[in-house]
Design a protein around this ligand. Sequence first.
Ligand code: IMP
Ligand code: MG
Length: 172
Amino acid sequence: MRLNEQPLLTAAQIEARIAEIAREISDRYAGRDPVLVAVLKGAAIFAADLMRRLTVPACLDFIRARSYAGTESQGRVRITFLPEHSLEGRHVIVVEDILDTGRTTSAVLDCIRQQNPASLVLCTLLDKPARRVVPVKADYTGFRIDNLFVVGYGLDYDERYRHFPDIRTLEE
Ligand code: IMP
Ligand code: MG
Protein backbone atom coordinates (compact mmCIF):
# COMPACT_ATOMS: atom_id res chain seq x y z
CA MET A 1 0.00 0.00 0.00
CA ARG A 2 1.27 3.47 -0.89
CA LEU A 3 0.43 6.52 1.18
CA ASN A 4 -0.19 9.72 -0.78
CA GLU A 5 1.80 12.64 0.60
CA GLN A 6 -0.70 15.12 -0.84
CA PRO A 7 -3.74 15.28 1.46
CA LEU A 8 -7.20 14.61 0.05
CA LEU A 9 -8.56 16.95 2.75
CA THR A 10 -6.30 19.36 4.61
CA ALA A 11 -6.54 20.07 8.33
CA ALA A 12 -7.79 23.57 7.46
CA GLN A 13 -10.56 22.20 5.22
CA ILE A 14 -11.63 19.77 7.93
CA GLU A 15 -11.63 22.46 10.59
CA ALA A 16 -13.70 24.85 8.47
CA ARG A 17 -16.29 22.21 7.60
CA ILE A 18 -16.61 21.11 11.23
CA ALA A 19 -17.24 24.72 12.24
CA GLU A 20 -20.13 24.86 9.72
CA ILE A 21 -21.66 21.60 10.94
CA ALA A 22 -21.29 22.70 14.57
CA ARG A 23 -23.22 25.90 13.79
CA GLU A 24 -26.06 23.92 12.18
CA ILE A 25 -26.22 21.48 15.09
CA SER A 26 -26.05 24.28 17.67
CA ASP A 27 -28.98 26.06 15.95
CA ARG A 28 -31.06 22.92 15.77
CA TYR A 29 -30.53 21.95 19.41
CA ALA A 30 -30.72 25.44 20.94
CA GLY A 31 -32.14 25.17 24.47
CA ARG A 32 -31.55 21.40 24.61
CA ASP A 33 -28.73 19.18 25.82
CA PRO A 34 -28.09 16.52 23.17
CA VAL A 35 -25.84 13.50 23.67
CA LEU A 36 -23.07 12.92 21.18
CA VAL A 37 -22.48 9.19 20.81
CA ALA A 38 -19.14 8.75 19.07
CA VAL A 39 -18.48 5.44 17.33
CA LEU A 40 -15.09 4.12 18.50
CA LYS A 41 -12.43 4.33 17.61
CA GLY A 42 -12.36 6.27 14.35
CA ALA A 43 -14.82 9.04 15.30
CA ALA A 44 -13.10 9.98 18.57
CA ILE A 45 -11.05 12.78 17.02
CA PHE A 46 -13.93 14.18 14.95
CA ALA A 47 -16.25 14.10 17.99
CA ALA A 48 -13.69 15.92 20.13
CA ASP A 49 -13.30 18.73 17.58
CA LEU A 50 -17.03 18.92 16.82
CA MET A 51 -17.98 19.07 20.48
CA ARG A 52 -15.64 21.98 21.19
CA ARG A 53 -17.38 24.01 18.47
CA LEU A 54 -20.92 23.46 19.81
CA THR A 55 -22.62 26.23 21.74
CA VAL A 56 -25.15 23.87 23.36
CA PRO A 57 -24.28 21.87 26.52
CA ALA A 58 -23.78 18.49 24.84
CA CYS A 59 -22.90 15.31 26.71
CA LEU A 60 -20.43 12.78 25.30
CA ASP A 61 -20.68 9.02 25.24
CA PHE A 62 -19.25 6.19 23.15
CA ILE A 63 -20.29 3.02 21.39
CA ARG A 64 -18.12 0.44 19.67
CA ALA A 65 -19.04 -1.88 16.83
CA ARG A 66 -16.94 -4.54 15.21
CA SER A 67 -17.42 -6.53 12.03
CA TYR A 68 -17.04 -10.27 12.30
CA ALA A 69 -13.90 -11.44 10.54
CA GLY A 70 -12.73 -14.79 9.26
CA THR A 71 -15.25 -17.58 8.95
CA GLU A 72 -18.27 -15.60 10.18
CA SER A 73 -20.60 -14.41 7.44
CA GLN A 74 -19.18 -11.27 5.94
CA GLY A 75 -20.69 -8.03 7.09
CA ARG A 76 -22.20 -9.11 10.40
CA VAL A 77 -21.70 -6.48 13.07
CA ARG A 78 -21.39 -6.92 16.81
CA ILE A 79 -21.73 -4.10 19.35
CA THR A 80 -18.84 -4.56 21.80
CA PHE A 81 -19.16 -1.44 23.96
CA LEU A 82 -22.35 0.40 24.92
CA PRO A 83 -22.93 4.02 26.02
CA GLU A 84 -22.53 4.37 29.77
CA HIS A 85 -25.68 6.43 30.31
CA SER A 86 -29.26 5.61 29.31
CA LEU A 87 -30.28 7.27 26.06
CA GLU A 88 -34.00 6.96 26.78
CA GLY A 89 -35.73 10.28 26.14
CA ARG A 90 -32.46 11.94 25.10
CA HIS A 91 -31.69 13.78 21.87
CA VAL A 92 -28.97 11.59 20.40
CA ILE A 93 -26.44 12.57 17.74
CA VAL A 94 -24.44 9.60 16.48
CA VAL A 95 -20.98 10.72 15.38
CA GLU A 96 -19.28 8.53 12.76
CA ASP A 97 -15.95 8.78 10.98
CA ILE A 98 -17.06 7.29 7.67
CA LEU A 99 -20.11 5.75 6.02
CA ASP A 100 -18.93 2.96 3.76
CA THR A 101 -21.18 -0.07 3.17
CA GLY A 102 -23.42 1.30 5.94
CA ARG A 103 -23.42 -1.97 7.88
CA THR A 104 -21.66 -0.68 11.00
CA THR A 105 -23.68 2.51 11.24
CA SER A 106 -26.93 0.69 10.60
CA ALA A 107 -26.20 -1.71 13.48
CA VAL A 108 -25.26 1.21 15.74
CA LEU A 109 -28.47 3.09 14.91
CA ASP A 110 -30.60 -0.05 15.51
CA CYS A 111 -28.92 -0.57 18.88
CA ILE A 112 -29.53 3.03 19.96
CA ARG A 113 -33.15 3.01 18.74
CA GLN A 114 -33.84 0.16 21.17
CA GLN A 115 -33.20 2.60 24.00
CA ASN A 116 -36.05 4.89 22.85
CA PRO A 117 -34.22 8.20 22.43
CA ALA A 118 -36.41 11.33 22.03
CA SER A 119 -34.68 11.90 18.68
CA LEU A 120 -31.83 10.39 16.73
CA VAL A 121 -29.69 11.89 13.99
CA LEU A 122 -26.49 10.81 12.27
CA CYS A 123 -23.47 13.03 11.72
CA THR A 124 -20.59 11.59 9.68
CA LEU A 125 -17.33 13.23 8.73
CA LEU A 126 -17.02 11.28 5.46
CA ASP A 127 -19.42 9.47 3.17
CA LYS A 128 -18.59 7.07 0.35
CA PRO A 129 -22.10 6.73 -1.18
CA ALA A 130 -20.89 4.52 -4.04
CA ARG A 131 -20.03 1.76 -1.55
CA ARG A 132 -23.41 1.55 0.18
CA VAL A 133 -24.94 -1.92 0.70
CA VAL A 134 -27.32 -1.10 3.57
CA PRO A 135 -29.35 2.10 3.03
CA VAL A 136 -28.19 4.65 5.60
CA LYS A 137 -28.44 8.43 5.16
CA ALA A 138 -26.62 10.97 7.28
CA ASP A 139 -28.32 14.12 8.55
CA TYR A 140 -24.96 15.93 8.61
CA THR A 141 -22.07 15.01 6.30
CA GLY A 142 -18.64 16.60 6.33
CA PHE A 143 -17.46 15.50 2.90
CA ARG A 144 -18.67 13.10 0.21
CA ILE A 145 -15.70 11.27 -1.30
CA ASP A 146 -15.11 8.81 -4.12
CA ASN A 147 -14.47 5.15 -3.53
CA LEU A 148 -11.00 5.64 -2.06
CA PHE A 149 -9.39 4.19 1.04
CA VAL A 150 -8.54 7.08 3.33
CA VAL A 151 -6.54 7.41 6.54
CA GLY A 152 -5.82 10.11 9.08
CA TYR A 153 -7.86 12.29 11.42
CA GLY A 154 -8.93 9.17 13.33
CA LEU A 155 -9.20 6.81 10.37
CA ASP A 156 -6.80 3.90 10.34
CA TYR A 157 -5.35 1.18 8.19
CA ASP A 158 -4.60 -1.68 10.57
CA GLU A 159 -4.50 0.81 13.50
CA ARG A 160 -1.98 3.03 11.75
CA TYR A 161 -2.17 6.65 10.58
CA ARG A 162 -4.97 7.79 12.94
CA HIS A 163 -2.74 10.61 14.18
CA PHE A 164 -2.49 12.54 10.90
CA PRO A 165 -4.13 15.97 11.22
CA ASP A 166 -5.29 15.67 7.59
CA ILE A 167 -6.91 12.94 5.49
CA ARG A 168 -4.87 11.11 2.88
CA THR A 169 -5.46 8.24 0.49
CA LEU A 170 -3.81 4.83 0.52
CA GLU A 171 -3.35 3.10 -2.80
CA GLU A 172 -2.47 -0.47 -3.75
P1 IMP B 1 -19.10 0.10 6.95
O1 IMP B 1 -18.68 -0.68 5.74
O2 IMP B 1 -19.93 1.31 6.56
O3 IMP B 1 -19.76 -0.77 7.96
O4 IMP B 1 -17.76 0.67 7.59
C1 IMP B 1 -17.05 -0.11 8.48
C2 IMP B 1 -15.84 0.58 9.00
O5 IMP B 1 -14.82 0.40 8.06
C3 IMP B 1 -15.90 2.08 9.23
O6 IMP B 1 -16.47 2.46 10.45
C4 IMP B 1 -14.42 2.40 9.23
O7 IMP B 1 -13.85 2.13 10.50
C5 IMP B 1 -13.89 1.40 8.22
N1 IMP B 1 -13.66 2.06 6.92
C6 IMP B 1 -14.44 2.10 5.84
N2 IMP B 1 -13.88 2.80 4.85
C7 IMP B 1 -12.69 3.22 5.33
C8 IMP B 1 -11.62 4.02 4.80
O8 IMP B 1 -11.63 4.50 3.64
N3 IMP B 1 -10.56 4.23 5.61
C9 IMP B 1 -10.49 3.74 6.89
N4 IMP B 1 -11.46 3.00 7.44
C10 IMP B 1 -12.55 2.75 6.66
MG1 MG C 1 -10.89 0.88 11.17
